[in-house]
Design a protein around this ligand. Structure first.
Ligand SMILES: Cc1ncc(COP(=O)(O)O)c(C=O)c1O
Length: 366
């Protein structure tokens, strides 16, 4: 069998979720498991967390229904609400919660007669200018929803554009808008994503919505004492399948991007962009070979990548190679670090791992 496997540590997931809760003891934290739990497998992650979490959050009804089909009973909120008025029947049948970000969604909801009132998170555009009602529109929409028999457990919800940044100016501006609305309407809030959960207690509301931190990625520009306790959930591991001895000046891979600066030993690893490993990885992007850091040498191919193992004499065919996450010997290569070498963020690497890399689950409930 091809040796590439995405190992998913469900105990680490539960540890990270509990850390998020400890950061915000006055809030309830939904576990954000959209996009197949950021590539980790939504159903397995939901099963591992269900005993601890008061609710899950997904992007759309398809994601919610597959959780219900898998037996998940906990409340599930649709972060983008309905995409079509017809979905309300399913929302009602499956006891889903919805966010409402647009006028047409309000009209659809108020024209529908659910069997039981639907919990609603009213989305405010507090400055990100993506989804939500403008602050000036919120009070009138809020009042209509408060008065509507279709609606229960109404909250104000918003999303931060820069909660991860050290410069607090954008965050503070959004927070001023939201605090003003919360005071005026006496509205309970749901605001904090992972960086706000970790770094901005002022944003902790009735509910928080941590996502990426649950998977062990540190969303802050500068790590702190809490983020250093996060544990990687996905460890993307493969093996060396071939070795090459090169003379000084010989080149490796497509376009010959890497040229040996000295007599070198190159390992070929079974992992490539056809598995979701980022083709933008530059020479020097780290991997762990037998737990030791080694640099990628040459462009990533579809099924393989090449690594300079000159300084790891014991590297051999079959040696373990960790693309990110934890090695068998306990060494860790943070996905955030790999992302920086690929000029991207951990979110794209984690959600980008393709089904060709099978997930293997360890820990809680498996
Ligand atoms: C509306 C909303 N809430 C919460 C989250 C979770 O954010 P994070 O993964 O940064 O914690 C996201 C993620 O994109 C989101 O779109």
């Amino acid at each position: 069998m091809r040796p590439l496997v995405a190992h998913i540590d469900l105990d680490a997931l539960r540890h990270n979720y509990r850390l998020a809760c400890r950061c915000a003891p006055q809030s309830r934290s939904v576990a954000v498991i959209k996009a197949d739990a950021y590539g980790h497998g939504a159903l397995a992650c939901a099963r591992a967390l269900e005993a601890d979490v008061p609710a899950f959050a997904v992007a759309c009804i398809e994601e919610a229904l597959s959780l219900r089909e898998g037996g998940i009973q906990a409340p599930i909120v649709l972060l983008e609400g309905i995409f079509d008025a017809d979905e309300l029947a399913l929302v009602d049948e499956h006891r889903l919660w919805i966010s409402v970000h647009s006028a047409w969604q309000v009209e659809a909801l108020l024209s529908y007669s659910p069997r039981q009132p639907i919990p609603v998170w009213l989305k405010v555009d507090s400055g990100m200018h993506r989804l939500g009602f403008s602050p000036e529109q919120v009070a009138s929409v809020w009042q209509r929803l408060v008065d509507a028999p279709q609606v229960t457990a109404l909250h104000l919800m918003s999303h931060f554009a820069s909660a991860d940044a050290q410069d607090p100016s954008v965050f503070n501006q959004q927070m001023r808008v939201l605090q003003g609305l919360a005071d005026e309407l006496k509205a309970p809030l749901c605001l904090a994503n992972s960086p706000a959960t970790l770094a901005w207690p002022v944003a902790h509301g009735d509910w928080n919505r941590p996502g990426v931190m649950l998977y062990g990625s540190d969303p802050l520009e500068v790590a702190n004492d809490v983020t250093r306790q996060l544990r990687p959930v996905m460890s993307l591991r493969s093996k060396i399948i071939a070795l090459r001895e090169l003379d000084t000046g010989e080149q490796v891979g497509y376009g010959g991007r890497w040229k040996a600066p000295r007599p070198s030993k190159i390992a070929v690893v079974a992992a490539g962009y056809g598995d979701g490993y980022d083709r933008h990885a530059v020479d020097g992007t780290p991997v762990l070979v037998n737990g030791q850091r080694c640099p990628i040498a040459g462009k990533v191919s579809m099924d393989m990548l090449t690594v300079d193992v000159t300084d790891v004499p014991e590297a051999a065919i079959g040696s373990e190679v960790v693309l990110w996450g934890a090695a068998s010997n306990g060494a860790v290569l943070p996905v955030d670090e790999v992302a920086r070498y690929c000029a991207t963020i951990s979110y794209t690497l984690l959600t980008g791992v393709l089904p060709r890399a099978p997930r293997r689950y360890h820990g809680a409930n498996v």
